[in-house]
Design a protein around this ligand. Structure first.
Ligand code: NAP
Length: 274
């Protein structure tokens, strides 16, 4: 049966999601199409109602609408409710269910791609936006001993800290970052710093025993990932998580196992054509 899904965000020229999901639809033999819906903030409510009216399978939601879209959902999954952000909409009849697959996407990346053990480790998360909230929830659920938060705005970092229920929470000042970051087993960059065309992160000096995950995926090897590898440690960019969160969205819409390999190849191919 012909159907459609898409991504809602603003601006959207650089989204890899259409390439990733259309490759998956083809591989699964679905006669579906995944479209790009650039939507301004003032049109968000109408656009979401349009998904319902037009019978979309669902949609992804990206910056800057992940928080705002919550109020237009009929129900929320546990992760979306806890984080206060939706990146996946599922249409069930006339109801729209909001999910957040960044948590599962990060966990699948950690387990399947990186092979990292989180239990009992000391983790540092940079940033306090939507992605940081997902990462903190994932780290806490995975048994991290300590989760340290470092963001330039205190109030935001406090809100993220409130998501932690089991790990010990620490706070680092943004201006003390380079030196203090050496005390952690895992560093996750959940800011856009280091992205092509954006400012650089404060210069961290990862050590041999540290692992670094940069959620930024353009360029695929960010300066932080390069620094980690130069130091003899482990480093990954954000492409793996991007593919796994897309795979989790696809499972929600189709109920089928996602063709992760084909999605990954499509993401790399689309990135190389930028
Ligand atoms: P967001 O909600 O806008 O949060 C961004 C965070 O970065 C905020 O805490 C922000 O602080 C901070 N920040 C931005 N510019 C900064 C600067 N110059 N100095 C210090 N802090 C700065 O965005 P998000 O959704 O969390 O996304 C964050 C990054 O993760 C983006 O690059 C996004 O593409 C990436 N991401 C990747 C994946 C993946 O699957 N790989 C998934 C989700 C997100 P302020 O609030 O003070 O501006």
């Amino acid at each position: 049966m012909k159907s459609f899904a898409g991504v809602i965000g603003w601006p959207l020229e650089h989204s890899l999601s259409p390439a990733i999901h259309n490759a998956a639809f083809r591989r699964l033999g679905l006669d579906w199409v995944y479209l790009s819906f650039p939507v301004r903030a003032e049109d968000l409510a109408t656009a979401v109602q349009g998904l319902r009216a037009l019978g979309a399978v669902g949609a992804n939601v990206t910056m800057p609408h992940k928080g705002e879209v919550v109020e237009h959902m009929d129900d929320l999954s546990g992760d979306a409710r806890a984080i206060g952000a939706v990146n996946t909409i599922q249409r069930v009849g006339h109801r729209l269910i909001g999910h957040n697959t960044d948590v599962d996407g990060f966990l699948a990346f950690v387990r399947d791609d990186a092979g990292l053990r989180i239990a009992d480790t000391r983790c540092l998360v940079l940033g306090a936006g939507g992605a940081a909230r997902a990462i903190v929830r994932a780290l806490d659920a995975s048994g991290a001993a300590t989760i340290a938060l470092c963001a330039r705005r205190d109030e935001q970092a406090e809100q993220v800290a409130a998501l932690v229920s089991d790990a010990e929470v620490e706070r680092l000042r943004w201006d003390s970052l380079p030196g203090e970051s050496r005390a952690f087993d895992l560093i996750v960059n959940a800011t856009p710093l280091g992205m092509r065309g954006q400012d650089a992160l404060p210069e961290l000096e990862p050590t041999e025993g540290q692992a670094v995950v940069d959620l930024v995926y353009d360029p695929p090897e960010t300066p932080l990932v390069e620094a980690a590898k130069r130091a003899g440690g482990a480093g990954w960019g954000g492409l793996g998580m991007l593919v796994h969160q897309a795979a989790a969205s696809l499972r929600i819409w189709t109920g089928q196992e996602a063709p992760v390999e084909a999605m990954s190849v499509a993401a790399l191919h689309a990135l190389s054509r930028r």
